[in-house]
Design a protein around this ligand. Structure first.
Ligand SMILES: [Zn+2]
Ligand SMILES: [Zn+2]
Length: 482
């Protein structure tokens, strides 16, 4: 048994905590009663339960980091050089939009004529393959055209392209990427992730891999909660999974002006983005999932998309009322009062990324949206909505401390929330999102012995200094992992 003593925590009444193996077994016990226990003096540092990141594309992003980085390429010659230097046959991150000549298969054939070579553009919406790779990609007849013959894959042809890339990875590539990223997550104090993985375009291999990781609870690895991002309900039920969805896209993003808006973009007067699902298709998918007791989750950013989802959840839950269904909305960045009220009425769980406000709130969002207020946390909390925090890794890196800082220092002063409220987003509230409130999310007897020790008490350090707090140590299932 181990006993933590001499610490600060969110709950001031907490004086000692004891844990054995993987569970918390005592609170405020007298260490003198347990002469054989290992006493750990935390010297007034801040002790918290492990953080939860409720929105990551964990494995996908980890694998992406193993591609050859093509960010610095300025022309086709650079692509050839960077790819030749690397041992990997997949490159990612070139931006050829302003180049004199866009790359095609001839460029990649110069890298290798025998090995398949793939490169993916920075926006992740198109890619190039060499002749050997083209042979591997089974493009449906109706999608074959002069572009694909030239090795250029866009739109629906890019889906076949992505599938082949995903299938290039072996089990050991996935293991390696997972463990590399797990270490980083621990170093940020995260012990549980919601992993939104795979996709009808990307393939099912990542999902199969993460099913194994999710089952693997009795060790000191990251606690994985899987959301398969597919619409194949039968596949999910056959495997006895309890959730479906993730970033199943109802619309796009503000950055590319594809988030679906009720009023046009401020810097694109004709544009309102578009909805990717018809009401009918979405309704039938949610209705079927709900009746099968699956928790669903969808990406909705613009106020037209958040309205579409709130309306359909409302219809389904009015037709089939349920006290404890916790369907999710991901992002929910722009929403009308009516939408928020409907979400609240139906107990819809809101998975938010306050860090987006830190990066884009004051500049890009203002340009695109004028004075429309994004991420109205204060209004959401007033309506009783449960807000859980995440990073959308690798849109941003996993970093709950920066997430807490961003929510507390929201660019719109009326939507700044308290430190305690922001802390709850990455602990208690996030545990509720996945029905795990009895296992994680706070320090209580019987819960996982997952802890993080911070250099400073976020409640006392001052709002502007929260982001400088350091993670000193992380415990997962009672074991020191960072
Ligand atoms: Zn998303
Ligand atoms: Zn996402």
């Amino acid at each position: 048994m181990k006993i933590f003593i001499n610490f600060d925590s969110i709950n001031e009444k907490l004086k000692t905590i004891s844990f054995t193996n993987d569970k918390i077994c005592g609170i405020n016990i007298n260490p003198l009663d347990f002469p054989f226990a290992e006493i750990i003096d935390l010297k007034r540092k801040f002790l918290s339960c492990g953080f939860i990141d409720s929105h990551t594309h964990f494995l996908h992003s980890a694998l992406e980091k193993s591609y050859t980085n093509l960010n610095s390429a300025k022309n086709n010659k650079d692509i050839i050089e960077l790819m030749k230097k690397s041992t990997k046959n997949i490159g990612y991150g070139y931006d050829s939009s302003s180049w004199l000549k866009e790359p095609n298969k001839d460029v990649l054939n110069e890298i290798s004529k025998t090995e398949p070579i793939f490169i993916i553009k920075k926006d992740y919406h198109s890619g190039i393959a060499n002749d050997t790779a083209i042979k591997k990609i089974k493009i449906p007849k109706e999608l074959q055209n002069p572009e694909t013959q030239n090795g250029i894959f866009k739109g629906r042809a890019f889906i076949s392209f992505s599938r082949i890339i995903s299938s290039q990875f072996t089990e050991s590539d996935r293991e390696e990427a997972f463990f590399r990223e797990e270490k980083i997550a621990f170093s940020k104090g995260v012990t549980t992730i919601h992993a939104l993985e795979g996709g009808d375009g990307w393939g099912y291999e990542d999902i199969e891999f993460m099913i194994k990781k999710e089952k693997d609870k009795n060790n000191c690895h990251l606690n994985v909660i899987l959301y398969p991002q597919i619409v194949n309900i039968n596949w999910v039920k056959e495997r006895n999974l309890k959730r479906i969805g993730g970033c199943l896209l109802l619309d796009g993003s503000f950055g590319s002006r594809t988030a679906s808006l009720l009023e046009p973009y401020s810097d694109g007067p004709q544009k309102t983005g578009e909805l990717y699902f018809s009401d009918r298709a979405l309704m039938s998918f949610i209705e079927r999932s709900h009746k099968l007791n699956l928790q669903t989750a969808f990406h909705a950013i613009g106020d037209r998309a958040t309205k579409q989802l709130a309306d359909i959840y409302d219809k389904v839950l009015t037709k089939y009322p349920s006290k404890n269904s916790r369907h999710r909305i991901e992002h929910c960045e722009l929403a009308t009062d009516e939408t928020l009220e409907k979400l609240s009425k139906n107990n819809i769980q809101v998975s938010v990324q306050p860090i987006f406000e830190y990066f884009w709130g004051e500049n890009m969002y203002r340009k695109r949206l004028g004075n429309r207020i994004t991420n109205r946390y204060k209004d959401m909390l007033k309506l009783g909505l449960n807000l859980a925090g995440g990073s959308d890794f690798n849109v941003t890196e996993i970093n709950p401390i920066l997430g807490i800082y961003s929510a507390v220092n929201h660019p719109t002063p009326t939507h700044r929330i308290s430190i305690k409220e922001a802390y709850d987003m990455f602990t208690k509230n996030a545990s509720f999102l996945s029905y795990d409130e009895n296992n994680i999310g706070s320090i209580d007897i019987g819960k996982n012995a997952d802890f993080v020790i911070l250099s400073e008490n976020p409640l006392k350090v001052g709002k502007s200094k929260i982001k400088d707090i350091k993670v000193i140590a992380t415990y997962r299932n009672g074991e020191l992992v960072y």
